[in-house]
Design a protein around this ligand. Structure first.
Ligand code: CA
Length: 167
């Protein structure tokens, strides 16, 4: 038996919402509805990014391997994969701080069909972070969310969050 990758958050990143099943948005205070980001910008951060606004703040931004949440309002950054397969999948990934110079850290969440499977708190200076691995049962169209929550401050909350889904 060999596991086939059905989704890769880094290589699947693109300028098109829904490409390879990946969508870029946010959840206000971590609650539905999922709101899509409408602005794709290649110059703000000198690398392609989905953003909420052409001016910062708000700091909500999603790059190929980075996610930045916003604190006020509390917009949790949400990189969502909509499943193109049914059955058992493995979700494996890594989360760490990208900017270790300050702030109060972040909390990352992995949800499947809205149910929270993982919650990982990463302190502000933790560049090593945590790896994760979890199994889930999905249907065609099931959402798998990779969320970053700011906490009490969004200062220096740039977070590396990558995931590969296999079946
Ligand atoms: Ca924070």
């Amino acid at each position: 038996l060999s596991a086939a990758a059905v989704a890769d958050s880094a290589t699947g990143f693109s300028a098109t919402q829904g490409h390879c099943g990946w969508s870029y948005g946010y959840l206000v205070r971590g609650a539905e509805p999922f709101i899509l980001l409408s602005m794709y910008n290649t110059t703000l951060f000198n690398t392609p990014a989905w953003v909420l606004s052409a001016q910062q703040p708000p700091w909500l931004a999603t790059l190929a391997t980075l996610q930045h949440p916003n604190h006020d309002p509390a917009d949790w950054n949400d990189r969502r994969w909509t499943s193109s397969v049914a059955g058992t999948v493995w979700i494996r990934g890594h989360v760490a701080k990208s900017d270790p110079t300050g702030g109060d850290g972040i909390t990352a969440h992995v949800r499947v069909a809205g149910a929270e499977l993982l919650k990982m708190t990463i302190s502000y200076g933790d560049l090593d972070g945590k790896t994760f691995e979890v199994m889930a049962e999905v249907q065609l169209g099931t959402s798998i969310d990779f969320l970053v929550e700011a906490g009490g401050s969004d200062d220096h909350d740039s977070t590396t969050l990558t995931a590969v889904i296999t079946n």
